[in-house]
Design a protein around this ligand. Structure first.
Ligand SMILES: *[C@@H]1O[C@H](CO)[C@@H](O)[C@H](O)[C@H]1NC(C)=O
Ligand SMILES: *[C@@H]1O[C@H](CO)[C@@H](O)[C@H](O)[C@H]1NC(C)=O
Ligand SMILES: *[C@@H]1O[C@H](CO)[C@@H](O)[C@H](O)[C@H]1NC(C)=O
Length: 450
């Protein structure tokens, strides 16, 4: 009897032992300083880590509570199949590894512009898309078990084991606290983590000069010292000016693309630049001269669509100086959960119209015959302040159309969608109602941004 008991204990301990043996754990921002991951322009790993940590609550028991769902494909998260890098799963069917950070994919357009900025500034650079963040989901709950950072080898799709680390709950909490206490928390974090700001170099016309890869290991300031130092470091030369250029697609009041630009440096205005809009296939939809205006907005007659991108071109249109982020059709908002069901709702736009997606967990197969949902409907509102009966248009959930599995990332969800006649506009909202009355609102999307 005694022997049997001992063997059980041994088997239980084994998976834990595997996990801690392989991958070093980083416990504080200080530990980030001496690693290679994301530390030089145009690498994006530290920005990615800061952004994802901002969406992660860590409670006093070190439980990781995400506000996003990796399995739903939020921010471009997708299933990660490389089992050699990370500890083996104890339960293949109910746990999984999910990876985020590949900017070269349409599902990643929802990442914040500060994560994708360096990527769009440096076409062709080998280092601009090599950093990744990976999470392990837990069985039967939306909690995460672990967060890792890793990277590809240059010119390779293989993962670099030596540059793979686990991020401890304490470090995740530290980054999130920073996000809550600082307006420009990503800059403060980059500084504290030892990001080499001087590696961002541009020519006078704002093309990024090639970065040669070297790791600088000079001592860096601690978090407490950093603000004073940062003040001194804010303005140096036109590298800062080029990096600060803002190029954006937003929505007009009626579903068309509004182009916004800001901080265009004099070095570019002096030679003459054009603002141009491109679609997802790289087709130039329109161009117009900026004259001497370093900031402004321009309302186009182009429908809002996924993948629209603003660029700054030379006067004759032959050179591209700078590129903005690609437009996300869901306004960079993750879907909102439908209370009480394995489902979520997302507002998005196609050709300038307000559309809705229902993400239905594949295990919830019989949802269309579920009597409770028989009369459930989605209302489309021109303004989030309107009361429930003031919808612009609506559709019953059972009439939503199932989407093809275009992206194989959705291994756990089916997507159903409906294109309404509402023009997408700032303040617009979709709501999910359980019954043909207005009193049971199970989900409301965040208002479309101004
Ligand atoms: C982080 O903490 C763990 C557990 O206390 C320790 O084993 C590890 O060495 C620490 N990591 C660093 C980089 O100090
Ligand atoms: C931009 O600058 C680079 C290097 O400084 C130069 O080779 C290129 O011709 C410039 N492009 C234009 C359109 O002036
Ligand atoms: C909607 O409500 C917000 C406050 O919740 C208010 O600031 C805003 O002006 C309102 N907008 C309209 C169009 O009523």
């Amino acid at each position: 009897m005694e022997r049997k008991g001992l063997r059980c204990i041994f088997v239980l301990l084994l998976p834990l032992a595997l996990e801690s043996a392989d991958i070093p754990v980083l416990n504080s921002t200080k530990d980030l300083r001496n690693i290679e991951f994301g530390h030089r322009f145009p690498r994006h790993g530290l920005m990615l880590l800061h952004f994802v940590s901002g969406g992660l609550n860590v409670d006093n028991d070190d439980t990781l509570i995400p506000t996003f769902l990796p399995e739903r494909g939020d921010w471009g998260f997708h299933h990660f199949n490389n089992y050699e890098v990370f500890p083996q799963l104890q339960n293949q069917n109910r746990q999984g590894y999910y990876e985020v950070g590949n900017i070269n994919t349409p599902t990643a357009y929802s990442l914040d512009p500060y994560v994708t900025l360096s990527y769009y500034l440096t076409p062709g650079n080998l280092e601009r898309n090599m950093d990744r963040l990976v999470v392990r989901t837990s069985p039967n709950s939306p909690l995460l078990e672990a967060v890792y950072i890793t990277q590809h080898y240059r010119r390779s799709s293989e993962y670099d084991h030596k540059n793979t680390y686990q991020i401890s709950p304490a470090l995740l909490r530290e980054i999130r606290t920073l996000s809550q206490n600082w307006v420009n928390s990503e800059d403060v974090f980059l500084y504290a983590a030892g990001y080499d700001v001087d590696s961002r170099t541009f020519t006078w016309n704002c093309s990024a000069t090639d970065s040669t890869y070297t790791v600088e290991d000079t001592g860096r300031m601690t978090l407490n010292e950093s603000p004073a130092i940062m003040k001194g470091a804010v303005v140096n030369d036109h590298h800062t000016a080029c990096y600060a250029v803002v190029l954006q697609v937003k929505s007009t009041e009626s579903g068309y693309a509004r182009l916004r630009w800001a901080n265009v440096p004099d070095s570019l205005l002096d030679v003459g630049v054009m603002l141009a809009l491109f679609n997802k296939d790289g087709k130039n939809l329109l161009s117009r001269s900026l004259d001497t205006r370093s900031y402004g907005t321009y309302d186009t007659n182009q429908y809002l669509n996924h993948g629209l991108q603003v660029k700054l071109l030379s006067k004759d249109g032959s050179d591209v100086f700078m590129r903005g982020p690609k437009y996300d059709d869901a306004d960079r908002k993750v879907p909102v959960g439908i209370e009480g069901y394995d489902a979520s709702l997302q507002l998005y736009t196609k050709d300038g119209y307000g559309c809705a997606r229902l993400f239905i967990k594949k295990t919830f197969t019989d949802w269309k015959t579920d009597l409770r949902l028989k009369y459930s409907w989605v209302g489309f509102y021109t303004n989030h302040n309107y009361s429930s009966h003031c919808y612009y248009t609506y559709q019953y959930a059972i009439y939503f159309t199932k989407q093809d599995d275009t992206y194989d990332i959705y291994d756990k969800y089916d997507i159903y969608s409906y294109e309404s006649s509402l023009s997408i506009q700032p303040g617009a909202q979709a709501r999910f109602f359980l019954k043909e009355t207005y009193d049971q609102t199970l989900a409301k999307t965040k208002p479309w941004e101004w």
